[in-house]
Design a protein around this ligand. Structure first.
Ligand code: C2E
Ligand code: CA
Ligand code: CA
Ligand code: CA
Length: 278
C-alpha cells in the first residue's frame, strides 16, 4: 500500500520514470499500432477446482511492437485510458475475444467462458451496451459465454455504473468483480450490484499459505461470496500450496502460472482438450 503523500507528491525518481515512459509511448504511437493491427490477445485458462478442467479463459492484451517486441498492458493501458484510445482499443479487444471464442466453438471445442477486462471509460461511454450487443450479433457468440471483468473503482460512480451493469446483465453476459479487496470496497454496493463472480486479487493469494492475515482475508472472501450466492475465483495461483489452500476453503475456480501463463491462441488450443464438458 502506497503512502498517500507519496501518491500526491511523487519522488523525483517516480516522476522521472513516468516521464521516460510517457516519452516513448505516445497516444500517437498507440493509434498507429491500432491502425496497423499490432495488438494481439493472449489467453489464460481458468480452472474449476472441483473438476480440474478449464472453464474459461481471460483475454489479456499485448502490443506486438515491430522493434521492441511484446509489450505488456501495464506499460500502455494507462496511456490509452488517459488519451481516450481505450475506447477503440477496448472495442477491438471485445470483438476479437468474442470472435475467437466463437471460432473455437465452431472448430468443435467445448464452449467456455471468455472474460474480457473493461476500463471505466468504456463502461461510462454513451452507447456502450448497444456496442456489446452489436459485437455479440456480429460474432454470433452466445452471450452466456462472455464475461466482462470490472474493478471496484468503477463502482465509485455507482449511480452511473449500476444501470449499465444491469443492462449488460439483461443482454445475458456475465460480470465479474476483478482485483477484489484492493479498491473501493463497499459491502453495501456488493449487495446491490448485478455481478456473478468475485475475483480475489493476487496480492492476497500470493501469501495465503504462509501469512495468517492473507489466509484470513482469502477465506473470508470465499465465505462471503458464497453467502451472497456469487462464485469466487482466485488469481495469481503460482504454487501447489496456494491450490491446496484454495481447495480446502472451497474456492470455485483458480487462475495462475501454476496451471498456465497467458498464451497466444495457437498455443492455447493445444490445452483446450481439458475444457470441461457442460
Ligand atoms: P488483471 O486483469 O488483474 O490480469 C491479471 C494479470 O496477472 C495479468 O497480467 C496476468 O498475466 C498476470 N498473472 C496471471 N497469472 C499470474 C500468476 O500466477 N502470478 C502473477 N504474478 N501474475 C499472474 P497482464 O497480462 O500483464 O495484465 C496486467 C493488467 O493489464 C490486467 O490485470 C488488466 O488490469 C490490464 N489489462 C490487460 N488486458 C486488458 C484489456 O484488454 N483491457 C483493459 N482495460 N485492461 C487490460
Ligand atoms: Ca482481469
Ligand atoms: Ca485481477
Ligand atoms: Ca490486477
Amino acid at each position: 500500500v502506497k503512502d498517500q503523500s507519496e501518491v500526491n507528491n511523487p519522488s523525483p525518481q517516480v516522476k522521472k520514470d513516468a516521464l521516460i515512459k510517457k516519452e516513448w509511448i505516445t497516444a500517437f504511437e498507440l493509434q498507429y499500432a491500432l491502425d496497423k493491427k499490432q495488438f494481439t490477445l493472449f489467453y489464460q485458462p481458468k480452472l474449476s477446482l472441483t473438476t480440474g478442467k478449464i472453464v474459461g479463459v481471460e483475454a489479456l492484451i499485448r502490443w506486438k511492437h515491430p522493434k521492441r517486441g511484446l509489450i505488456s498492458p501495464g506499460e500502455f493501458i494507462p496511456i490509452t485510458e488517459e488519451s481516450g484510445l481505450i475506447i477503440p482499443i477496448g472495442e477491438w479487444t471485445l470483438r476479437e475475444a468474442c470472435r475467437q471464442n466463437k471460432a473455437w466453438q465452431e472448430e468443435g471445442h467445448p464452449p467456455m467462458l471468455m472474460s474480457v477486462n473493461l476500463s471505466v471509460r468504456q463502461l461510462h461511454q454513451p452507447g456502450f451496451v448497444p456496442i456489446v450487443q452489436q459485437i455479440l450479433n456480429e460474432t454470433e457468440l452466445d452471450p452466456s459465454y462472455l464475461e466482462l471483468e470490472i474493478t471496484e473503482s468503477m463502482l465509485m460512480d455507482h449511480e452511473k455504473s449500476i444501470p449499465v451493469l444491469r443492462d449488460l446483465k439483461n443482454l445475458g453476459v456475465q460480470i465479474s468483480l476483478d482485483d477484489f479487496g484492493t479498491g473501493y470496497s463497499s459491502l453495501h454496493y456488493l449487495k446491490n450490484i448485478p455481478i456473478d463472480r468475485l475475483k480475489i486479487d493476487q496480492s492476497f493469494v500470493r501469501n495465503c499459505s504462509i501469512d495468517t492475515n492473507d489466509a484470513t482475508i482469502v477465506k473470508t472472501i470465499i465465505a462471503m461470496a458464497h453467502q451472497l450466492n456469487l462464485e469466487v475465483i482466485a488469481e495469481g495461483v503460482e504454487i501447489k500450496e496456494h491450490l491446496l489452500f484454495l481447495q480446502r476453503h472451497v474456492c470455485d475456480e483458480a487462475q495462475g502460472y501454476l496451471f498456465s501463463k497467458p498464451l497466444p491462441p495457437e498455443e492455447l488450443i493445444c490445452i483446450l482438450k481439458d475444457v470441461e464438458q457442460v
